[in-house]
Design a protein around this ligand. Structure first.
Ligand SMILES: Nc1ncnc2c1ncn2[C@@H]1O[C@H](COP(=O)(O)OP(=O)(O)O)[C@@H](O)[C@H]1O
Ligand SMILES: [Mg+2]
Length: 538
């Protein structure tokens, strides 16, 4: 433009000079021509001045624009029609770790972690078709690190033609990582919430449950919906005041830890729980809800009680052993005097022999009691099975007689010995016989038998009591499984363990209403010896 204007200015000045030189023109013509020439010069001068001004204004705008791009905290670059860098601002270079020379004329796709990823490809393509797009892209820093960018593409249009695209991006790596951490933490918490054995419930400030986890439903037997609708009466009536006081503590910002109390299951059973309550606050620190963790401690409480009971029994047992020892001395004296009297009063002989046999019986019971009560070191010995059963019969019989139960015993002659820890096995047989007696509250009979089968001795006890249902049979041997008001539910569990330690087996079959058969199968002494010898010499 400037060149054209200058050209016209020179052209008219030259024309004026030529006209001046030629003498063919009149003075008036000359003066008109001269005036016109001056006017033209002024016009062109003004035009060129205006052009200069406009150019300066344009330069200012360009500089402003360049400054906006240069100073911008966003990553800005322009791509040519081939998708190669044409301009890259400092933020872009610093964020990506590249020098300008390393990027110019290189394809933008070299920065993408997945250059062929459809969404990114499509968004870039749309920009070249004139449509601005927003998308997220994962790019690789020069040092290999992955960065996440929030990208906006803008087409560059000059004279209705797209000549390239601008990319304006923001580094959103920290936001994405924070979001990912938030998601991971949330997932962990959800997993704990859903899989912990402790019941968790969230209460609003009015004390209504607004969320529960599966364990809460398992502990109480109510469904989540029932909890949310406030239909559950899991807090026993007498304890409602106590619970609202606890919630009050939390609403005031306090915490309740491991508070032991009682709750009610849907089926009416009472359970012991340990309750921990803590406040849930909003961003301003105000308490908006309360989280309650319920731990079912019924089993723990029961174990504690059993421990206390067994501790008491063992103390009494020790005392009784001492008392039994004391009884034996006077018994010996009594026996001696009865014998003496027997010789001096021969016609009363019948009574004396009854007295003597009764005294012997007392002595036997006391001796057996002392053996059982005495804590003994683990000692496996070869024992006669018949003798062992006969010994415990002296103790069990008295309980049987009280319950109107007769115990009949049968055994094969010349049974071999079994290797065992006598006291432990006696504990098993006592429990089995006691269970049989307790299964017949109105009396009845028990058939006990001992026989040999190949390399084993089988102890069989048949009662005609209440029997055990199929479902219950599956639970036998589980700790604390009892159907008796004063039962421990430990007898069979301990029995199974003892028999297992003796390399034996326990079989229980039962028919409800008909009775139960318990079989204890133990290896005989010789069979153990021979297997030991064969394994020693093999
Ligand atoms: N002979 C039996 N007849 C009927 N039920 C039995 C018999 N033996 C065991 N049971 C059942 O097995 C349960 C567990 O027995 P056990 O472990 O000895 O504990 P406890 O006798 O303290 O209940 C009993 O409560 C009873 O229901
Ligand atoms: Mg029992």
């Amino acid at each position: 433009m400037r060149r054209i204007l200058t050209f016209f200015a020179i052209f008219f000045t030259l024309e004026m000079i030529i006209l001046n030189i030629s003498n063919h023109t009149s003075e008036v013509e000359i003066s008109i021509a001269g005036g016109f020439s001056v006017l033209c010069s002024i016009f062109f001068y003004l035009m060129s001045k205006r052009y200069e001004q406009e150019k300066n204004i344009l330069n200012d705008k360009e500089r402003q624009l360049a400054s906006i791009i240069e100073q911008n905290s966003a990553l800005i670059c322009s791509l040519d029609l081939q998708g190669c860098f044409y301009m890259v601002n400092p933020t872009f270079r610093q964020t990506m770790g590249y020098e300008l020379g390393e990027l110019i004329n290189k394809p933008f796709s070299m920065l993408l972690v997945e250059p062929k990823e459809f969404k990114t490809q499509n968004s870039l393509k749309m920009a070249y078709y004139g449509k601005s797009e927003n998308f997220e892209a994962t790019v690789r820093h020069k040092d290999g690190r992955h960065l996440f960018l929030g990208v906006k593409t803008v087409p560059i249009i000059i004279g209705n033609k797209i000549v390239g695209i601008y990319i304006v991006a923001k580094d959103i790596t920290s936001r994405i990582i924070a979001n990912e951490e938030l998601r991971a933490t949330r997932e962990q918490l959800e997993s704990i919430f859903n899989h912990t054995a402790d019941g968790i419930a969230v209460y609003d400030l009015a004390g209504n449950i607004i969320r529960t986890n599966p364990a809460m439903c398992k502990i109480y037997g109510w469904e989540e919906d029932e909890f949310l609708q406030g239909k559950c009466t899991f807090i026993p009536e007498g304890l409602r005041g106590e619970t609202s006081k606890l919630l009050q503590v939390v609403q005031n910002g306090g915490q309740v830890t491991g508070f032991e109390t009682t709750r009610q299951r849907k089926n009416g059973d009472l359970i012991n729980i340990s309750l921990t309550l803590s406040p849930i606050r909003d961003t301003k620190g105000r308490v908006v809800a309360c989280a309650g963790i319920t731990r079912d401690i019924t089993e723990k409480k029961r174990t504690e009680e059993l421990l206390i009971r067994s501790e008491k029994l063992s103390a009494i047992g020790q005392l009784a052993a001492g008392v039994a020892h004391e009884i034996r001395n006077p018994l010996t004296t009594l026996r001696g005097f009865v014998q003496l009297l027997q010789t001096s009063l021969p016609n009363q002989n019948h009574y004396f022999s009854i007295m003597l046999s009764e005294l012997d019986r007392i002595n036997l019971i006391v001796s057996e009691f002392m053996v059982l009560a005495k804590p003994q070191a683990m000692k496996f010995e070869a024992k006669d099975p018949v003798e062992m059963i006969n010994n415990i019969m002296t103790i069990v019989n008295s309980q049987a007689i009280l319950n109107d139960v007769q115990i009949r015993m049968e055994y094969e002659p010349n049974l071999p010995k079994i290797i065992c820890e006598e006291n432990k096995l006696k504990q098993v047989f006592i429990n089995v016989l006691q269970n049989a007696i307790e299964a017949m509250p109105n009396g009845g009979s028990i058939e006990a038998a001992i026989r040999r089968e190949n390399t084993s001795i089988i102890f069989q006890f048949i009662d005609h009591g209440c029997g055990i249902s199929k479902e219950r049979l599956a639970h036998l041997g589980e700790p604390f499984y009892t159907t008796k008001e004063k039962g421990t539910g430990l007898g069979l569990m301990i029995s199974y363990k003892i028999i297992e330690d003796h390399q034996g087996k326990m079989r229980i079959s039962s028919k409800i209403g008909l009775g139960t058969t318990v079989e204890v199968i133990l290896p005989i002494y010789e069979s153990i010896l021979s297997t030991q010898m064969s394994s020693n010499y093999s």
